[in-house]
Write a protein that binds this ligand. Structure first.
Ligand code: EPZ
Length: 419
């Protein structure tokens, strides 16, 4: 299993270009199942979850032609696509559930493995199923699979999500594009990745409009041949901003609209960072003394992203004083805490709140990753620790952070991958 050796502390300096967003690419790739005509998706990140989704599409019958740099995929669907997504594909990536909406909408049947829980929480898919049922899908759960079908086209309706869910919003929007009549989705997630999905679908001829958390979709008969470039990864941009704050670094972060990480940039300003933004760039200088923040809370967009919680915790560990972080999205997203303690962090966890007392320094230690964002946080922590840390099980990180170690090397991090 691959691991990183990181020799810290490192001062970060230079510029970094942000790759395409994994969490925007996944629903967009799933939505290509709606198309009869070829679709070209550009700016895909070269990470394992994207390969998994492309393999899933291939297993359903899509022909996929990748560009040399593997960032552009031309996807051509067969007339008769398969509708079966096996456990072996779904178990490696929960995002696979996003093919359910398009398969039902276009092919009116699907057998797809029920995704299990994962380390960050139980992560059920009840909101996906209830919403698709309202659109006309019938389903039963059998032997770990969702067996779903519909009598022809789905029918537009009004759905009020009981809780905001990124995936359920995406699945329902994709399914409603080819449904009969008008669908109104209320209490939707409005993460930038979802807006990217609807920009893509509208470019292909879908009729989707937003007003706050309400999404209105008028069904169309088919979607047009189209090309689309996926948005930049706001979570990776936020991660690099935090990295710059850790040891008085200074970074130019290119290729991202700073507005989509506004909440997080405001937090970093409170921490003491100096930040300048232009239309597609962030210039950030880390503070001499990192100020602690009492009340960080993760929330649905436009709140602070849960996918940046573990990285922010590393920063608060090095702050001057006491901070608290409350995780409001996932029930078990503090697995990195025990590993950070091994570097010298002082963190107490009470239910969904972490109380952090800042320490002057971290001392290197061997660390084990347990999930994607947690492993990114461990890399940041190792960068700011004195000595050589080993970060094990980085296959989690390879699921979603494109070219991470090379980008870090370029900005001054002493990092080596061991195979
Ligand atoms: C998406 O997961 C992202 N994944 C996650 O990123 C991200 O952390 C999350 O949204 C929140 O922003 C992708 O985009 C592929 P949810 P998703 O449905 O769609 C509960 C990463 O590291 N819930 O908004 O699964 C759920 O358990 C990943 O890149 C139900 O109870 O998130 C959670 O507590 C990790 N029933 C909350 O809602 C449901 O049917 C929000 O989940 C659906 C969700």
């Amino acid at each position: 299993m691959d691991k990183f050796l990181i020799n810290g502390p490192c001062k970060i300096k230079g510029n970094v270009s942000i790759s395409g967003s994994k969490n925007a690419s996944l629903p967009i790739l799933a939505a290509t199942l709606l198309f009869d005509k070829p679709v070209v998706i550009k700016n895909l990140p070269r990470v394992r979850d994207i390969n998994t989704m492309l393999n899933l599409l291939k297993s359903l019958g899509s022909k996929i032609i990748l560009s040399r740099d593997k960032k552009t995929a031309k996807i051509i669907n067969k007339k008769n696509m398969k509708t079966f997504a096996s456990y072996s594909l779904v178990k490696t990536m929960r995002g696979s559930i996003l093919v359910l909406g398009p398969l039902i909408s276009k092919y009116h049947k699907s057998k797809i493995s029920l995704p299990g829980g994962c380390l960050i929480g139980a992560r059920p898919v009840n909101y996906h199923l209830t919403a698709l049922k309202k659109l006309g899908m019938k389903y039963e759960l059998k032997d770990g699979y969702i067996l779903a079908k519909s009598k022809g086209k789905l029918s537009g309706t009004t759905i009020n999500f009981p809780k905001i869910s990124v995936g359920a919003t995406e699945n329902s929007i994709i399914a409603a594009c080819l449904a009969k009549g008008k669908t109104i989705l209320k209490n939707c997630a409005i993460e930038p990745e979802i807006k990217d999905l609807t920009n893509f679908l509208n470019k292909a001829g879908a009729k989707i409009k937003w007003k706050g958390r309400v999404c209105k979709i008028i069904g169309v008969n088919s979607l047009n041949q189209t090309e689309y470039s996926v948005m930049a990864d706001r979570i990776m941009a936020g991660t690099f901003c935090i990295a710059a704050c850790l040891n008085q670094g200074s970074l130019e972060i290119k290729n991202l609209n700073p507005k989509i990480i506004n909440s997080e940039l405001n937090l970093l300003k409170k921490v003491g960072a100096r930040i300048k933004t232009t239309e597609n760039k962030i210039l950030i200088k880390g503070p001499k003394k990192i100020k602690s923040i009492k009340n960080i809370k993760t929330k649905e967009f436009p709140g602070v992203a849960t996918d940046l919680q573990s990285q922010l915790m590393v920063l608060m560990c090095k702050a001057n004083g006491k901070s608290t972080i409350t995780e409001n999205i996932f029930e078990n997203r503090f697995m990195h805490v025990a590993e950070l303690r091994r570097l010298g962090a002082k963190i107490n966890v009470k239910k969904n709140q972490a109380i952090i007392r800042g320490v002057n320094k971290f001392v290197a230690a061997p660390l084990i990753s347990s999930d994607l964002r947690g492993s990114i946080a461990l890399v940041l922590a190792a960068i700011s620790a004195e000595g050589t840390s080993r970060v094990d099980r980085i296959y989690h990180l390879d699921r979603g952070a494109e070219n991470f170690e090379n980008k870090l090397k370029k900005i001054g991090v002493k990092i080596k991958r061991l195979k």
